[in-house]
Design a protein. Structure first.
Length: 229
């Protein structure tokens, strides 16, 4: 079935624009090892895209860690504040974002990251993130429920001016919860999952790609890349 043409594009951030999911794995595995637990991909897949406190609650309960969710959140953030500024843009990301911006395609970010960690992650990428029309973060007061609920994408769509039809928005995600949120919002979604993710968790996506480098904008009615790029 051909894809429907779109006019606006919304991007997740962690593991999609920035290589931060790897850093989460490092931090949580360090904590889990102390208690003889393993932060496996089965556990990680459950929490990817979720808001912070809900995510650590799931990790704590699944792995039966002897600490409160709040303690796990604090310890992980202490580790991550050192790691996050090292996050780099993933392959193909800068090319696509600058291309869409140059062609005046409205673009935005809808991330589950709260303001405190968003600032850590983007510290060395200020110019890049300035290309987006707006950014919706995880603790935005208008986002009542985190992914897989559609709130983040619905709020993000409403902040474009003029407001687009929901079916004219294309979402980019790497997380199963994010894909479900985009589908619930009535949007098409391109999924770029980590190679370790169970393929069964990619079935709801409109299109699954190995990398942002594989994306062809013209498939969704967006301007094609110039041949010189």
């Amino acid at each position: 079935m051909p894809f429907q043409p779109v006019s606006h594009v919304i991007f997740d951030m962690d593991g999609l624009l920035l290589d931060t999911e790897r850093l989460y794995t490092v931090a949580f595995q360090e904590i889990c090892e102390r208690y003889g637990a393993v932060y496996s991909w089965d556990v990680k897949a459950k929490v990817m895209g979720k808001q912070s406190l809900e995510a650590v609650q799931i990790i704590r309960d699944t792995l039966q860690l002897p600490m409160t969710p709040e303690e796990l959140l604090k310890e992980s953030r202490d580790k991550l504040q050192i790691l996050f500024p090292t996050a780099s843009l993933l392959p193909g990301v800068e090319k696509l974002i600058t291309h869409l911006h140059r062609h005046h395609i409205p673009i935005a970010v809808a991330t589950s990251s709260p303001k405190v960690t968003f600032e850590m992650k983007t510290r060395n990428h200020k110019d890049f993130f300035s290309l987006f029309h707006h950014i919706v973060i995880g603790d935005d007061p208008d986002v009542k429920k985190g992914k897989p609920e559609p709130d983040a994408f619905l709020v993000c769509a409403r902040r474009f001016n003029p407001v687009p039809c929901l079916e004219k928005c294309l979402v980019f995600e790497d997380a199963p919860n994010g894909v479900l949120a985009a589908c619930a919002a009535g949007m098409q979604v391109v999924m770029i999952p980590d190679e370790n993710l169970n393929q069964d968790l990619t079935r709801e996506a409109t299109l699954v790609l190995q990398s942002m480098e594989k994306f062809k904008p013209e498939q969704f009615g967006l301007p094609a890349y110039d041949e010189v790029q």
